[in-house]
Design a protein around this ligand. Structure first.
Ligand SMILES: [Zn+2]
Ligand SMILES: [Zn+2]
Length: 412
């Protein structure tokens, strides 16, 4: 990656000092920079120069930044243009309004960390989601010197999409690491969708420790399957009833909404989301996301029975294959080796050979082994990974198998 080299920027800010400072940061990265302090003349210059990215102030005397953004978004020849705001306005209202006008990013003035500014800008220009693993264990968090490589936290994954969309999958103990990360790196309010696969402990029990929920101005939607007449709100609030945890959900200071999901399809900001009920005790949902040309599937917890099992269900296998078909990335329950599985039949988790069969059959490009059994050491996971890769080799498969570690991140 060449960073911002030769990327064309156009800055619009009535404060010449801001234009100078931001130009300086960008030129250090060998970007091509032009700009104006007169918003009224910006439109014509931008159309003539067709930059890759425009950086706009909001409050400008002649033509307001939001109005200029609206005009730029109407111009067909600028369809690939990225528009980011750089404003002194820290109110959530202004921020969300900028995104509703078609902004790709929003930065707060003054820029105090230029390296982070450049990094974030790069992410917006590349327009690629970023996946991070915060906990890769299933069932129970573990600690000790033999789990240092993969980490001991339970399920939590985040996907940071461009256009300010943060998606979080599951709230096992890994969400505490994500909480620390967000508290350290976010300068403004945090908003995210939290998708819960199902309400078993290892998928929800660290949600009360997710600090951004207690900060006014933040906004979260917690989505997941209801259990018959028990709603998602009740599932989350019952573990915070004052007896099992001393803080109740009414003490969340952020705006928190709940959404009950079934098998369905919906869309959030150009990200298509599809859900499917999985083979697991209770109601457990898998998620398939499509963003531009990328397909990402999060499928845990799930038991794939071997063909020789009396519980094997070909229709289910085919339905799930279709659900994860051609996924660029499949994060899935690979809890056991086949040997371990023999004593864990009907526990709701998969042996690795069946995961490989699914991934190969569905032409998955990258398979992430996930939800490791708490009794497995780093060496055990390495061995399971080797077994998985050998099985793929035997099948002459094009699927690549990865065993991600806690905190590891991937640009998708
Ligand atoms: Zn689990
Ligand atoms: Zn479970």
């Amino acid at each position: 990656m060449d960073g911002l080299k030769n990327i064309k920027f156009f800055l619009v800010d009535d404060d010449p000092g801001v234009v100078e400072i931001i130009s300086g940061y960008l030129k250090q990265e060998n970007a091509v920079v032009d700009g104006t302090t007169l918003s009224i003349e910006a439109f014509e210059k931008i159309v003539a120069q067709k930059p890759d990215c425009v950086i706009l102030d909001i409050m400008m005397p002649e033509l307001d930044g939001l109005e200029l953004c609206k005009q730029l978004r109407r111009e067909p020849i600028l369809k690939d243009l990225k528009i980011v705001f750089l404003s002194g306005k820290s109110y959530e209202f202004d921020r969300s309004r900028a995104f509703s006008f078609g902004a790709d990013g929003y930065f707060l003035k003054p820029i105090t960390d230029s390296a982070k500014f450049i990094d974030d800008l790069q992410h917006i220009i590349d327009d690629t989601p970023e996946l991070r693993f915060w906990g890769v264990r299933g069932t129970l968090p573990v600690s000790g010197e033999d789990v240092l490589k993969y980490g001991g936290n339970t399920n939590c994954v985040s996907i940071n999409f461009p256009r300010n969309n943060l998606f979080i999958f599951d709230a096992g103990t890994g969400i505490k690491l994500l909480s620390n990360h967000l508290m350290k790196t976010y300068q403004s309010s945090i908003s995210a969708k939290i998708f819960i696969s199902h309400p078993h402990w290892d998928h929800i029990n660290a949600l009360p420790f997710f600090t951004p929920l207690y900060i006014p101005g933040n906004e979260f939607e917690i989505c997941g399957p209801s259990h018959g007449d028990i709603t998602m709100r009740e599932l989350i609030s019952s573990q915070m009833d004052g007896v099992y945890f001393p803080i109740r959900i009414k003490e969340f200071a952020a705006r928190v909404y709940f959404r009950n999901l079934k098998e369905q399809e919906f869309e959030i900001d150009q990200i298509k989301i599809k859900t499917m009920l999985l083979s697991h005790p209770g109601y457990c949902l898998g998620y398939r996301l499509e963003y531009k040309d990328k397909i990402i599937c999060y499928v845990t917890d799930n038991e794939l029975f071997p063909e020789t099992s009396p519980y094997y269900n070909l229709d289910y296998f085919e339905k799930l294959s279709q659900f994860v078909n051609s996924a660029d990335y499949l994060i899935t329950d690979s809890t056991y080796t086949d040997e371990e599985y023999k004593s864990k039949i009907n526990w709701g988790h998969s042996p690795v050979s069946q995961v490989i069969k699914l991934a190969d059959h569905a032409k998955v490009k990258k398979l992430f082994l996930y939800h490791h059994d708490p009794d497995q050491t780093d060496q055990d996971i390495d061995d399971k990974h080797t077994i998985a890769r050998d099985l793929l080799k035997e099948l002459d498969s094009r699927t690549i198998c990865i065993a991600p570690k806690e905190r590891q991140h991937f640009v998708l």
